[in-house]
Every structure is written in C-alpha cells, then in structure tokens.
Design a protein around this ligand. Structure first.
Ligand code: GUN
Ligand code: ZN
Length: 439
C-alpha cells in the first residue's frame, strides 16, 4: 500500500444541513449553500470544506480538481430500510402485506441459499444504490448467512458504509426460510464477529417481525444485543392492521406490538423499526424514551395499501426518523422518488414536507436515525466523504421547470418531485468517485 494520502478535490455548488435540530422549523437556519464551494477529502474523510475563495491556501498542488459548475452537490442519501433480496420483485401485483409475503416474497428469498445467486443480486443491488445516489443503507438480507456475506463483500469492494444482517425467522414461513432460536443466535454471532466494524461494515440483528419469531427466538435476539450492545437491531413494526391484530393474538401478554420488542430488550439507540404507520400513543412514548428510530417508507406504504405515516408526530414526540425505500414493497431505489411520495402522504393528512426538511431526512436526519450523525450526513470536516452530484436538468421538462425556479429550495423541491436516477451525475464514496453516469 502506498504511504501517500489519497486526496480528492471537488469544486461546485454545495448544499447541506449543518447540524441536527429538534424541530422542523429550525431546519432552514441550518441550511448551508455555497454557490462556488470546494470539498477536499483525504483518505476518505472531509479534510477541508468552504468557498473557492477561502480554499486557495488549502489546495494541494498537482491534484486535479473535479469541477461541476452546473450541478448541485449534496451529502450522500441514506436509505434506512431496504431488502436487497427483493430487488428482483419490485411491482408484484395485487396483495397487501401478509399475502404479499406468502405469494411473492418468501419464494423469492428461498433462492438466496445459493451463494452465487446471492452474490449476483448483491452486486446488482450495490450498483443500483450508487446509481440512485444512495451511499449508506440499512439492509435486510435473508435467513441464509451466505446472503449476508455476499452483500458485505459487494459493499467492501467499494468501501461503502452499509449496515446489514441475517433475517431471524423460526415460524410462519416455508421450511427453507426458517432457522431455530439456537441457529439464529449462532449464525448471527458468527456474522457479527466476522463483519461488525470491519472497514465500514456494521451489523444489525434482524428479526423479520414479531409474527415470524417465537418468543424463544426473540429472547435469543435480546441476548445477542446484550452481548454486543453496539450492533444494531432492525425489524418491522406496525405496518398493516391485519399484522397488528396477528401480533396481539400471538403475544397476548404484551401491551402493544412495540412492547413485544421492548420486552425482549430490542428497543434502543441503535434500533430501527420500519413503517410504524399505526402506532398507539404508548408506543410513541416508548420510541421516544428508548431513543429508537423509525424508517418511513412512503412508496411501500402506498403500494401495499398499508396506510399514511404521520411524519409530523415524529417532531411532536421527539422520535428519530429516516427515509426508507423498502424495496421490494417499495417501488423505487431513488430517495428523490421516496421524498416525492412522502410529500403526498403528508398532503393527504393536511400536512406538508418542505424541500429542506426532505433533504434533512434524506441526509443528516437519516444519519441520526442510524446513530451515525458523527460520521455521515453533511460536509462537516472530519466526516466521511460520501456525496452525490446532482444534475437538476436531466429531462426537457425538468430543464423548463428549473429555468423558472425562484430560489434554491424551489429548485430542490422540483428536483425531489420530478427526479430519479436520471438526475444522479456521480456518486462519491469515501472520497472516491464510485459511480459516474454515462449517456
Ligand atoms: N414485514 C415483514 N416482512 C416484511 C417485508 O419483507 N417487507 C415489508 N414491507 N414488510 C414486512
Ligand atoms: Zn421492509
């Protein structure tokens, strides 16, 4: 390995949210927009960030400057909930959650027993993230440990920060997708030892959801979390009304759906619960008190007819939230499209989602939901250099619309509403260009 530092210099228009806030109203004060800015990264981290003028004394000689005069550069998008094995089954027709799982999802996931199959889809998946400007994701694999190795290996090749884990599931699923409490524990433990904090990889204990785990299995999951307190917990919660009724019948002793997870020690600062569309007041309080996070997955909630997530409540109740695509119940890898649908979900409830709040959730807010706010989410010096170069005018219609914008937040809002992978010009991971759009 060379002993010289790996330095990248990027010049262009930069936009980020400088710090975390307690209320949506505070976000605009934290917006940082540099019309002509420079980011210097060294060995994957941001070494210097500021205006082109101020950058002059800091610019190393003999290093080419990547200049994007027309584009907009923002922190890499953070997807707080996605299933890589479901990449091939986006847009499966006609069902709501429980029958969708049985009809489409479980047969698809059975294929990931084959390591070659898993490797192939994992590689495709990571490329698709990059192509959509997503630089970090919290990912469901399948029950098969091989599926986890395949994903972490694909991410490792490009030094991507990824959190993932093996699914725990010991009932109400086909035999080929079921483990046992003990094998779930043993296999997860091996994977934690192998992958957690290796390079940029992080591990998540991943019970699919309460209905597919016995109490004995959730107990084992809780034991693992106690033994490895800095690994994540990643599961589903309160997505669909039939699902909630089912959980109540399977776990009659617990006060609520969330109380099942809480009872087994699965809530906390590094616990992420996908959906939370129909939480009861007590569950909101438990989310807040345990500092657990929600992954809001609007394209999925609409596609499966699950319901409308009340984003406003996350501010009112002080609960961390990020955006999730939830591929394959979700319908797009694009966080831009995810914001587009998130806005409409708020409109249907008489609320709004501003462009800056959306940028917040897609970047620094998502980082906070994943307890990675010290590493990711904006251009503060010392953070990891993951960012996206956006072309705001990828189509004729977008060009027309952007030629009429009145402000940067108007431009951003139009991008969120109309944009997708066509708008991603380049994606930088750990200071390196990992994806460049080709015409
Ligand atoms: N609940 C349990 N498993 C799943 C899944 O794979 N997708 C979604 N959307 N919800 C789930
Ligand atoms: Zn999901």
């Amino acid at each position: 390995m060379s002993s010289s530092a790996q330095t990248t210099i990027v010049r262009g228009r930069f936009l980020d949210i400088q710090s975390l806030v307690q209320q949506a109203q505070q976000i605009p004060e934290q917006v940082r927009y540099l019309e002509d800015g420079v980011l210097i990264s060294e060995n994957g981290k941001i070494k210097w960030f500021g205006t082109w003028q101020d950058a002059q004394p800091h610019l190393p000689e003999n290093i080419e400057i990547q200049h994007y005069p027309e584009q907009l550069i923002v922190p890499g998008f953070i997807d707080t909930h996605i299933h890589y094995p479901q990449t091939e089954m986006v847009g499966a027709y006609g069902e709501q959650l429980l029958s969708w799982l049985n009809t489409y999802t479980f047969p698809t996931e059975l294929q990931f027993k084959d390591p070659a199959y898993a490797q192939n889809i994992a590689q495709f998946f990571v490329q698709e993230l990059l192509k959509n400007g997503t630089t970090t994701a919290l990912v469901f694999c399948t029950v098969h440990p091989e599926s986890v190795d395949a994903l972490f290996e694909a991410a490792e090749r490009i030094q991507m920060r990824l959190i993932a884990g093996k699914v725990l599931m010991d009932r109400h699923a086909p035999d080929g997708l079921c483990d046992t409490p003990q094998s779930a524990y043993d296999e997860s433990k091996n994977l934690i030892e192998k992958w957690h904090a290796k390079g940029r990889a992080l591990y998540a204990i991943t019970p699919r959801f309460a209905p597919t785990s016995t109490p004995e299995q959730l107990e084992k999951a809780g034991q693992l979390k106690q033994e490895y307190p800095d690994v994540y917990v990643h599961t589903h919660l309160s997505e669909n009304k039939d699902e909630i009724a089912w959980v109540k019948s399977l776990y009659p002793e617990q006060k609520s759906y969330l109380d099942v997870y809480h009872h087994y020690g699965l809530t906390g600062q590094r616990s992420v619960f996908a959906h939370c569309v129909h939480l009861e007041q007590e569950e909101w309080q438990c989310m807040h008190q345990t500092d657990s996070a929600i992954a809001f997955c609007p394209t999925s909630n609409l596609f499966l007819g699950s319901g409308l997530f009340p984003l406003k409540k996350t501010w009112e109740q002080g609960v961390k939230v990020g955006l999730g695509t939830d591929i394959g119940a979700g319908t797009s890898f694009s966080l831009l499209q995810t914001v587009n649908e998130a806005y409409k979900v708020q409109q249907l409830q008489g609320d709004k989602l501003s462009a800056y709040e959306a940028l917040y959730h897609a970047t620094i807010g998502g980082a906070k939901a994943l307890d990675l706010q010290d590493q990711l989410g904006n251009f503060n010096v010392g953070k990891e250099a993951d960012f996206v170069v956006l072309n705001l005018k990828a189509t004729a219609l977008q060009s027309l619309r952007q030629s009429r914008v009145k402000s940067i937040d108007d431009a951003l809002f139009a991008l969120f509403t109309m944009g997708d992978d066509r708008n991603i010009e380049a994606t930088y991971i750990y200071g390196q260009c990992a994806y460049q759009k080709t015409e």
